[in-house]
Design a protein around this ligand. Structure first.
Ligand code: FES
Ligand code: FES
Length: 180
């Protein structure tokens, strides 16, 4: 007997996609089938972090998200964040934070989400964004397994990236305040 398909509609990296998918299809399989090969699968048991994507701007493990849950939502992968990911990749290179590179796609998605979340929260509260502590970083990145770096160089790269993003945001809001 043929499997009954389910209609879904998502916005993937800014582009609306309507598709019929198997009811048990994961978001991971869906985005990879649509060419988002930055999203990797290493465990399928929520233990490695390589399959991280954003669902409505929040980092999720796509191997654990059924397409039914993504239906009607906005999905972002590394392919949709080229400029920011290039910035963070530069910081990783400058801090020697990339060794084999296996964990990088998931790490980048988590770090970019963390930076946006901190900045958005600060804007909502009308305060300057604050650099996360080591503990905050560790708890945010807890799902991201890296077997090479010991995380120290990754934390340095995160600080470097956050500092540059916060500075750019501060300059933009100062310019807006002056009506430039
Ligand atoms: S493949 Fe999803 S957490 Fe490993
Ligand atoms: S750099 Fe090799 S697993 Fe992270």
């Amino acid at each position: 007997m043929s499997e009954k398909l389910m209609d879904v509609s998502v916005v993937l990296n800014g582009k609306k996609i309507i598709a019929s998918v198997a009811p048990d299809m994961s978001l991971l399989s869906f985005v990879r089938d649509r060419g988002c090969k930055s999203v990797k699968c290493a465990c399928e048991t929520t233990n490695c972090g390589l399959c991280t994507v954003w669902l409505d701007g929040r980092a999720v493990l796509s191997c654990a998200v059924p397409m039914m849950r993504a239906n009607g939502h906005e999905v972002t992968t590394l392919e949709g964040l080229q400029a920011e990911s290039a910035d963070f990749a530069r910081c990783m290179a400058e801090e020697g934070a990339e060794q084999c590179g296996f964990c990088s796609p998931g790490l980048i998605m988590n770090v970019l989400a963390m930076e946006r979340e901190i900045r958005d929260r600060a804007v909502a509260q009308g305060v300057e964004p604050a650099m996360p502590s080591d503990e905050d970083m560790d708890s945010y990145l807890a799902g991201n397994l890296c077997r090479c770096t010991g995380y120290t160089s990754q934390r340095r790269a995160i600080r470097r990236y956050m500092a540059s993003r916060f500075a750019a945001a501060g300059e933009a809001s100062a310019a807006a305040g002056k009506g430039e």
